[in-house]
Design a protein around this ligand. Structure first.
Ligand SMILES: Cc1cc2nc3c(=O)[nH]c(=O)nc-3n(C[C@H](O)[C@H](O)[C@H](O)COP(=O)(O)OP(=O)(O)OC[C@H]3O[C@@H](n4cnc5c(N)ncnc54)[C@H](O)[C@@H]3O)c2cc1C
Length: 398
């Protein structure tokens, strides 16, 4: 069960609970998901039969305490994310959207009644959630979103469009952000599946994370009762406490993907022979393998340090952004090297590496692109926001 990618004995930095969780997730992913993932990825379908198995891992809800949630350490939650991504990035994205975005928003910004009502079933994965911020015209600049929430008797009317929303084609619970037409501020709402006026259409032809069902959402005068407005979301800034945690979690996906690609390549180079020798015997292949291995060790240590900063209450938004940006950058290099090492088999989804290579691309872009996360860190270290080139004096809303 020891992975070749764990060269610097990362386990030594984990508590016994975190180590046990790591092994439990690894075993489930290798046994239940690895055999079927290439087929589902190829079909661009989600393997719904896997949901109860992921539910039994007790990782949904991550760090949330109470309400039937596991109350893991951030490090434990992060290593579970990496172990999922090591085998299949789509499964880890499914859980991250559900847990680190939607459930965490309800936990941090919801009322007691909302938490009691929604979290226990989401924690068991008996119900599935999604998190809808991005719009067709507002991606990186999500704080300018245009979906409106208009107050009416007993509730709110939501009107607008959302794009790219993971799990949205089948989610039971949709956490939706909209602009309050009275205050002009961003508010959060819980919308239920089958609400009249709600329509989610699957986005086809993705080249990465093909098992994740990303949707275009249309909200046509969707009524949300007052009890389903999240009282803790009163401006865009309120989403940042959720995004700070979820960015750390997302940073652990490329770590896991890189671990998986390294482990696959390490095995493959020893098994496949050319010119009468295993591929591992060629110097240039060893150099590539070692560059990948070094990247994995550095990524793990950066990710681990981010978790510790967060757990001690010291992590800044810039630190989380730097981690997400730099780790995805290094992971891109790592999977590209892995793809080369497998030769022709490096472009076949069946061999994990090509699939992981493609899956990394959306992760490079979502949860803040590489560029935007770099600029968030850049703003923190220089004190100057550079998001709007001609308006440096304006306060950035990112
Ligand atoms: C597979 C997938 C899953 C996703 N899941 C979700 C989800 O569940 N929920 C959700 O709400 N969203 C989701 N997203 C949306 C995701 O967060 C956005 O795609 C992301 O924020 C980038 O927005 P955009 O695609 O509109 O790119 P754009 O904002 O159009 O950016 C295009 C390019 O311009 C650059 N750029 C933009 N603005 C600046 C600037 N000011 N300075 C410098 N460079 C800039 C970007 O870095 C990028 O390289 C998902 C996206 C993908 C691909």
């Amino acid at each position: 069960m020891i992975a070749a990618s764990d060269y610097y004995n990362f386990d030594d930095l984990l508590t016994s609970e975190e180590k046990a969780l790591r092994m439990k997730v690894r075993e489930c992913m290798e046994k239940e998901v690895a055999p079927i993932m290439a087929e589902y990825w190829e079909k661009a379908e989600f393997p719904f039969d896997v949901i109860p198995k992921l539910g039994s891992l007790r990782v949904a809800g991550g760090t949330i305490k109470g309400y039937g949630c596991p109350g893991l350490s951030l490090t434990g939650s992060a290593i579970a994310t990496a172990e999922m991504a090591r085998v299949d990035a789509s499964c880890s994205t499914f859980i991250l959207v559900h847990s680190s975005l939607a459930m965490l928003t309800i936990a941090l910004c919801g009322s007691e009644v909302q938490k009691e009502k929604y979290l226990p079933s989401l924690a068991q994965l008996n119900t599935v959630a999604c998190w809808a911020l991005t719009e067709p015209d507002y991606g990186s600049d999500a704080s300018s979103l245009r979906t409106t929430a208009t107050k009416v008797k007993g509730g709110w009317i939501l009107d607008g469009q959302k794009r790219w929303i993971g799990n949205s084609t089948f989610a039971d619970v949709l956490v939706v952000f909209a602009r309050n037409t009275i205050t002009n501020q961003i508010n959060g709402y819980i919308v239920k599946k089958n609400a009249p006026g709600l329509k989610a259409t699957k986005i086809e032809n993705k080249i990465g994370l093909r098992m994740v069902q990303n949707g275009d959402i249309l909200l046509n005068k969707v009524f949300v009762p007052d009890e389903d407005r999240l009282p803790g979301v009163n401006s865009f800034q309120d989403t940042s406490k959720v995004l700070a945690v979820s960015r750390v979690m997302v940073a652990w996906q490329p770590i896991g993907i890189s671990m998986g690609v390294y482990d696959m390549c390490h095995r493959y180079l020893k098994e496949r022979k050319q010119f009468g020798a295993p591929l591992a015997a060629f110097q240039i292949n060893q150099e590539k393998l070692i560059r990948m291995l070094a990247n994995v060790q550095a990524m793990v240590l950066m990710g681990w340090r981010l978790c510790k900063l967060y757990e001690s209450g010291k992590m800044t938004a810039g630190q989380a952004s730097l981690g997400k940006a730099w780790i995805t950058l290094k992971a891109r290099e790592t999977v590209a090297l892995g793809r080369e090492l497998l030769g022709g088999n490096g472009i076949l989804a069946d061999f994990l590496v090509a699939k992981a290579f493609c899956d990394l691309e959306p992760i490079y872009t979502y949860e803040g692109t590489y560029e935007i996360n770099s600029l968030v860190a850049g703003r923190e270290v220089t004190g100057v926001a550079s998001f709007k080139p001609s308006a440096s004096s304006q306060r950035s809303r990112l």
